[in-house]
Design a protein around this ligand. Sequence first.
Ligand code: PHE
Length: 342
Amino acid sequence: MLEKLQQYYSTAKTLLQNTANLADLESFYREHLAPSGKATNWKREIGKVPVEERRAFGQAVNEVTSELLAAFETRRDLLKLKDIAETIAAQATDVTLPGRPLRVGGFHPSTLAVREVSGVFQRMGFMPFESAHVELDRNNFEYLNMPPDHPARDMQDTFYFSEDILLRTHTSSGQIHAMRRFAPEPLRIVLPGLCYRHENITPRSEIQFHQVEGLLIGPNVRMSDLKGVLLQFARQMFGPNQQIRVRGSYFPFTEPSVEVDIRCTLCSGEGCRVCKHTGWLELLGAGMVHPAVLRFGGYDPEKVRGIAFGLGIERLILLRHGIDDIRYIFQNDLRFLRQFGE
Ligand code: PHE
């Protein structure tokens, strides 16, 4: 009997040591240590052994039971710790992993180019001047020497709110605001901003676009100042060897009027698809401020003269990057926009 008990004890202990988790342990308890478990049942055997062995056997049963119970508790503590350790490991956060960076928004390519272009003029002493996008007809046209029915109005298809309220078609409308604010003082300003034209949207034209305009008024201002300022601008923008070409043109608000070209920035004048094999790219419109405009602005054309120029920003972006469709710039496709960085 005693031998059987010892056998039981050693198998039970092995079983206990082999429990892998708290669930195993729970079933071990039910099978062996619970009130109707195997270990407890040994107590019932005590009465069956001969009287003279009973005392020793009873002691042995008690020892086996309490040792199993003690071993059970030790095992339970161990498995509990193991369980906690496993839970922690499973939920662990690796604090040494680098974080995932948030994508930071950037400036629109037009904004970047407007700032870059106005920056060049500001460093030449041109002061930024902004005015409203919703304009009176007279500031956008009439005071710029385009009375109603002037044929030159056809050059700029216009969004009208009413007969005399419109969306400005060029930043030149700001010229009038600035002149009327500062006349008869000399003026050197740069006018950046959005303009609007009632056009069909095509690869070459959008209904909104940015311009950066310049206006310089003073007693001794001459055509050569215009050339000097624009050559300096071209070199600041495109490199120290950049050349410009000045061609006669027509705007109602300048006389004489010119168009200014730069050496093609993509082929350096060799001739390519972008400059249509001419070697030159049309950059901007400019001229001497028309005396009538000076007068509308509050200046005396006998005493001062002015130069003015206006540059299309999106056109500049297209030329610079050899892009052939202006619509990309306003479609706001992030895959396009992200290429401009910042
Ligand atoms: N306002 C003209 C345009 O939008 C550009 C220009 C500005 C020309 C100033 C001459 C002087 O086409």
